[in-house]
Design a protein around this ligand. Structure first.
Ligand SMILES: [Fe+2]
Length: 385
């Protein structure tokens, strides 16, 4: 009797039996994939979770890595921020961007190589003598400078100064992995050859006075955005300039064409005035933010994350958030990187409740969700029908 019951309970419906036979032939019915579509009603589920890394923890880990790694490994003394909600994915801070800190000790050279991932570097502890060479150009690394290593550019880092140099890296790794577009190539020597003249430099290619014998070049330019100029620009704006969501947010534009910082990533400098109490907002893009100065909170639907200078915060895609500045007298300064250009390229940048980046409004659900079409599949419970 017992064996008869067990047999009845495990008997498959005709559809379940078909699903199994199809799977054995590497086929799958759309009705099974429907689950994923239904989950996307109202928008995508955010990839990963909002999270903050304290600078003190990062600094301690960098110091320990300095001891644990030998000098031959200096090009890899980088600690990536792994989003606790995406620990199974390779180097994922967001689903598109990997960010982390790199420390280069006095006298070290990080060997030259290139890859299709584009990289941005925001220097948090620099020195006038330290530099990154990018495609033959020498870009100095001073405090809070931003350096761009475009996709597939040769790059090597040099620290001839007598102090450690530290920076925040951001690379579009998740995006390129999804596109199957990761290429890598070592240069074969520690240092690439530098261009001797200045006529080939970024200043010549992006200046308003350009050679008549060259076609305009706007892509894959090694660019340094000096902090001194960024700060001067920020200070030109009135204290209450900006919008109620992001405060004053300026984009690091490509100096040759005014476009995004890189084809896949945009970088921002942001100022939250004293007492700033931002409105809640979300975007289909994800972001990683470094706190240059000030203290405040980063609030999502589920939690309030406090931050101070040196901390790094990750914002997953399609996640409600708002900023506050705790101080009544001092501004908060933020540097951030976003996958906005990648989404914009496909018309997928959405914002709500307002499209303050001139993006499209978030797609609305015109009607209440319909009941599932496939009523007889093993997938749905009876009370879902
Ligand atoms: Fe690299």
């Amino acid at each position: 009797m017992n064996s008869l019951n067990t047999s009845q309970e495990t008997e498959l419906s005709p559809l379940e039996a078909f699903n199994q036979r199809a799977a054995q032939k590497n086929l799958q019915g759309q009705w099974i994939a429907e689950e994923h579509l239904l989950r996307a009603i109202g928008g995508p589920r955010p990839a990963g979770i909002p999270f903050r890394w304290h600078w003190k923890d990062v600094e301690t880990a960098l110091e320990e890595a300095t001891v644990a790694l030998g000098p031959v490994d200096t090009a890899r003394r980088h600690l990536t921020f792994i989003n606790p909600g995406m620990s199974g994915r390779a180097a994922a801070t967001t689903h598109t961007i990997s960010a982390g800190f790199q420390l280069v000790k006095s006298g070290e050279v990080c060997w030259s190589h290139r890859h299709t991932m584009g990289a941005v570097r925001f220097v948090t502890k620099g020195h006038p003598e330290a530099y990154t060479a990018v495609d033959g150009e020498k870009l100095a690394m001073e405090d809070f400078d931003l350096l761009i290593t475009p996709r597939f550019s040769w790059h090597d880092h040099h620290n001839p100064s007598d102090q450690d140099v530290v920076w925040l890296d951001g690379l579009d790794i998740g995006l390129l992995l999804a596109m199957g577009a990761v290429y890598y190539e070592p240069y074969g020597e520690d240092s690439q050859k530098l261009r001797e003249g200045t006529s080939e430099g970024i200043g010549t290619r992006s200046h308003w006075l350009r050679p008549t014998w060259e076609r305009g070049r706007s892509g894959r330019l090694p660019v340094r955005y000096p902090w001194s100029e960024v700060k001067t620009r920020l200070d030109m704006y009135e204290p209450d300039a900006g919008n109620p969501y992001d405060g004053l947010a300026l984009r690091y534009a490509n100096p040759a064409n005014g476009g995004p910082t890189m084809p896949t990533m945009d970088c921002w400098i942001q100022r939250l005035g004293p007492g700033f109490d931002g409105k809640t907002h979300r975007r289909s893009s994800s972001a990683i933010t470094y706190v240059i100065a000030g203290e405040g909170t980063f609030e999502t639907d589920d939690e309030s994350i406090t931050f101070a200078a040196g901390d790094t915060i990750v914002l997953p895609n399609w996640t409600n958030f708002r900023w506050t500045n705790k101080s009544a007298t001092e501004p908060v300064l933020l540097f951030s990187m976003h996958d906005i250009p990648a989404l914009e390229a496909f018309g997928l940048l959405y914002e709500e409740p307002e499209a303050i980046l001139n993006a499209a409004s978030s797609p609305a659900n015109p009607t209440a969700p319909l009941k599932p079409i496939y009523r007889h599949g093993a997938f749905y419970d009876q009370d879902e029908l």
